[in-house]
Write a new protein. Sequence first.
Lengths: 399, 399
Amino acid sequence: MSTIRHITLPAGFVAAGVRCGIKTSGEDLAVVAGEREVSAAVMTTSNQVVGAPVLWCRRVLPQGFGRVRGMVINSGCSNVCTGKAGLEDAEAMATETARLLGAEPSEILVASTGIIGQPLPMGKIRKGIAMAVGSLGWRNDPAVVRAIMTTDTVEKSAVVRTRIAGQPITIAGIAKGAGMIAPSMATMISVLTTDANVAPRTLHRAFAAAAEVSFNAVTIDSDQSTSDTAVVMASGRAGGRIARGTAEERKFSAALTEACTAMAMAMARDGEGATRLVQVNVTGAATDADAKVAAKAVADSPLVKTAVHGADPNWGRIVMAVGKSAAKVVPEKLSVKIGGVTVFARGAPKKFSSRPVAGHLAGDTVVIDVGLGLGRGKFTAYTCDLSREYITINADYHT
Amino acid sequence: MSTIRHITLPAGFVAAGVRCGIKTSGEDLAVVAGEREVSAAVMTTSNQVVGAPVLWCRRVLPQGFGRVRGMVINSGCSNVCTGKAGLEDAEAMATETARLLGAEPSEILVASTGIIGQPLPMGKIRKGIAMAVGSLGWRNDPAVVRAIMTTDTVEKSAVVRTRIAGQPITIAGIAKGAGMIAPSMATMISVLTTDANVAPRTLHRAFAAAAEVSFNAVTIDSDQSTSDTAVVMASGRAGGRIARGTAEERKFSAALTEACTAMAMAMARDGEGATRLVQVNVTGAATDADAKVAAKAVADSPLVKTAVHGADPNWGRIVMAVGKSAAKVVPEKLSVKIGGVTVFARGAPKKFSSRPVAGHLAGDTVVIDVGLGLGRGKFTAYTCDLSREYITINADYHT
C-alpha cells in the first residue's frame, strides 16, 4: 500500500486523522503535533464575528507567534456563535489534546470548521482526540487532510523542498476551503509544517508575507468566514538557524510563499461549483494596495465570473469591475488582456479574434491581465468562475 | 383601448417610445420632453469608467441641476468605451433631438443602456429620434417605458400624488434595471417628471436625498454599471412654489423619495434571476454610514442570497456578512430577525420554530432585520435572491 505523505514529511512532526462521527461520513478530526515543542505562527480571520477556536488561538498566541506543541482540528461543526459554552468547548479540546500529549493546554492550537451556531458534540470530540493521539504517526497523512475538509471536492496539499545555507529543508502543508473565501482569510484552514530552524517571530514575518499574496489573494464569493485559521509550525530539525534579515530568511520566505500559493490556487480552483481557476493580474497601479483592490474587484465580480463561466470574452465587465473599485483608475490608461490577448488598450476596445480568446476562457486556467498604466503597484488575485452549481450547493445546503 | 399613463401624467410633459432597430425586437428609443423648459436634476454612476452619455449629462449640468428641455434615451447599446467617436455620437443625439424640438443641444440630456464597446448605430438613432419627436404626446407611456428596458422582465413605473400648500401635485417615474445594480447607481435608468414648481437647486437636493435611500440602496449583484443615470424634471405647472428649507420642501422630498423607493424596490424584485425581493433593515448602528455598509454587506452576500433562494433560515450567514463589513460590530450586541422572528439575540442563537421562518423566506418579500445595538444609525438595502437563472442570464449572454 503506497502512502502519500505531506504534512509529516518535515522531520519532527506526527499526525493523525480519524472519524469520530461529527460529519455524516468520513474523517472529521485531526491532530498535528511536534514530537516536541515547535515554533509556530498563526493567522486568523479578519471577520469581526469569530468562532471560539479563533479566540482560543489568539489567547494561546496573542502576538500571533510563539512555541506550541501541536494543533487539533475538527470539521462538521465550526463552534461559531456558541457563546461562553463554545469557548469552554474550544478550551476543553486543547486541554484534552494536551493531556494526552503530555503538554500544556496553552501549547495547543484549535481550529473548527463546519456549520455555525451548533454546540460541538464534545463526547464524540473527546473520543476522536483519544483515537487521533493514539494513532499519531507518519503513515496517515491522507486521513489528516480528509479530516479537515467540508465542501472541498479534492484534497489540497503542497510540498516545497529547498536548500538554505547548504541544509535541505522541507515545507509541507494541507488546506481546506472551497466557499466563503474572501477578502482576507475565509473558511479556510491550512496547516503547514517545516523542519526549518526558525524562531517564532521570524516565522511569523515570513508567514504574514506569504499569506498576503496567497491565502489573502483568494476570493470565491466575496464572503468571509468566521473561522479561518492558518498555522505554520517549525521543528528546527533541519539545523542551520534562519536569522532575521538575512538571505536565508528571504529564501525561506519565498519557499513558504510558494507552498501557500500552491494551496491558495488549489482552493480557488476547487471553489464551490467552479469549473476553472481564474488568475487576475493587476499591474501598473499607483500602489500595491490599489492593485489589490482592483484585482479583488475583478475577481469578486459576479458578472465577470459568469462571463468566464460562459467563456464569453466580455471585456466590458472587466473594465466595469475595475472602474467600480476604489483603486485609482484613469480610463484612458486602462488595458485588459484575456489569455495574453489584448482586448482593450489605453481606454479603447481593440479588435481581436474572439475564437482563441473564447477557447482560453473555456480552458482549465483563465488569466486576466489588467494594466492601469499609472505606476508600479501590482497584485494577483485568484478566484473561479460562477456556475449554477454554486447556487445549487449553497441554496440546497440546509441548516 | 385603455392607456396606462405615468410619465406624462404631470402637466407639462410629453413623451414617445419608438422602435428604430437597435435591439432585435421592441421599442428601443424614447424622448421625454417638457412642453417648454423645465427644472432638472441628474444623478450619474460613481463608476470611474463612464459612458459617453454620462459625460454628456455632466457637461450639460455640471452641478447636477439646471434648466433643460428634455431627454433622449436608447436601449440596446450603451455607448460606453467608445472613445471620442462615442462622445460625438452622444452629442449628436442631443443635437438632433434639440433641433427637432426647437431647443439647444445643451438643453437635452442623453442616456444609453445596453452592450458596452459597440458604436451606436447612428443612422437608426437619427430615424428613431425623428419618429419619437414626431409622435410626442400623452398616449404612449407604455412604449416609453418599454423603450428603456434591457433584461427587465416587467415595466417599472411609479405615480405619487400629494398636496403641497393646498396645490395637488403629481410625481411620476419610469425605470429600468435588473442587473449590475450596486453600490451606487448601477445599470439603471430612471426618469421622473413632476408638475411641482421647484427651482433646480432645490429639486437637486430633494433628488439626492431620495436617491440615497432608494436607487443607491439597491444591489443586485454588487456590480456597478458605467451608465447609470437618474433624472427628474419639474414643469412648475402645479403652481405654489416650493421654497428651500420649508415644510413644503420636506413634503415634496418625501413624495419624491416615495416614488424613487417604489421603483428601487421594483428593480430589486426584478433582479436578474430573482424570485423574491429581500429587504435588509439595519438599525442600532453607530452611524447611518455604518448601517449602510452593514446592510449592503448582507444584501451583497452570495451566501445570504443563496440561503434565501433555498428558503433556509441560515442566520449564521447573515451574522458572517455583518461581521465581514467595515461597520463597527460588537458580536455580543448583535441581533437578527428573519420575517420578524428573532433568530439571534445579543450574540447568541435563539431557539425558533423553523417552519414559519422558512415559510417567510419562501414568500414574495423577505425581511431581514439586523440590530447592532450600538447607536441610532439605520439604513435599509434592497436586493433579491441569487438563483441558477442569474447564472444562466449572465453566462449565456454573449458579447
